[in-house]
Design a binder for this molecule. Structure first.
Ligand code: CA
Length: 233
């Protein structure tokens, strides 16, 4: 059981799936809010404190990716974790969603057990990470500061707003400057935390990470036919 109660917002237009999810998650002790559309979800988010969002991608009106993008753009909703619910085949959408800052995905049809495990994993980060994950020391490289205890990376004192996966990739690379990480090795490091990670997703995350690093983007070097390396600066 979960205590105190965390509220999960389910955004799903198919009534049967929505009601089933609601029932299953209530059984696990979560409080549930539901929305049939993005528009309705945005209204709920204005008034309710939501701990996590389950987001269906195929919705009438505003689609799931657009909702994800909007929520991650607003300071008020940016830190609410999002798990995408999607048909297993749509890898492009999954990659897009993770690129927009979603925290994980679960393919439909999903088992309640798997979904609940993912929800718990996502809810555990990053505020209670301190005890059950090796957080490591603060890392300062030139203008870049990586603070595992706060799960933040800063450039010249300014938070660069990394997603969980982006942060972990940066942390792993920067802790080992000059070492060329094969993609699979990065996947292995992150896989324990999220099963959603594939080699292709690492590439997408690196693109986004470099964008956020701005003038320091070239500190993450591509090593042809291997993977990625943090520049020795
Ligand atoms: Ca749908």
């Amino acid at each position: 059981m979960v205590a105190p109660k965390e509220t999960i917002l389910i955004i799903e237009d198919e009534r049967d799936i929505r009601e089933l999810l609601k029932f299953q998650l209530q059984q696990e002790g979560f409080k549930i809010e539901t929305a049939e559309s993005g528009e309705q979800a945005l209204r709920i988010l204005k008034t309710s404190k939501i701990s996590l969002i389950l987001l269906d991608l195929m919705l009438p009106g505003m689609d799931g990716l657009e909702i994800c993008q909007r929520l991650k753009a607003k300071p008020k909703t940016r830190d609410i974790p999002i798990i995408i619910l999607t048909a297993k085949s749509s890898e492009t959408d999954i990659i897009k969603g993770l690129g927009l800052g979603a925290d994980d995905y679960v393919g439909k049809p999903f088992s309640a057990k798997v979904l609940v495990a993912r929800i718990r994993t996502v809810l555990r980060r990053p505020s209670t990470l301190k005890t059950d994950t090796p957080v490591g020391p603060v890392l300062q490289v030139g203008d870049l500061l990586i603070d595992p205890s706060r799960h933040k990376a800063e450039i010249k004192g300014k938070d660069i707003n990394l997603t969980h996966t982006e942060f972990r990739i940066l942390q792993i690379l920067a802790a080992n400057p000059g070492y060329a990480f094969p993609r699979q090795q990065i996947v292995d490091h992150i896989r324990g935390e999220s099963y959603a990670v594939t080699e292709r997703i690492i590439d997408v995350q690196i693109v986004s990470l470099r964008k956020k690093m701005g003038s320091l983007a070239d500190w993450i070097e591509t090593v042809r036919s291997v993977g990625y390396r943090f520049k020795e600066v």
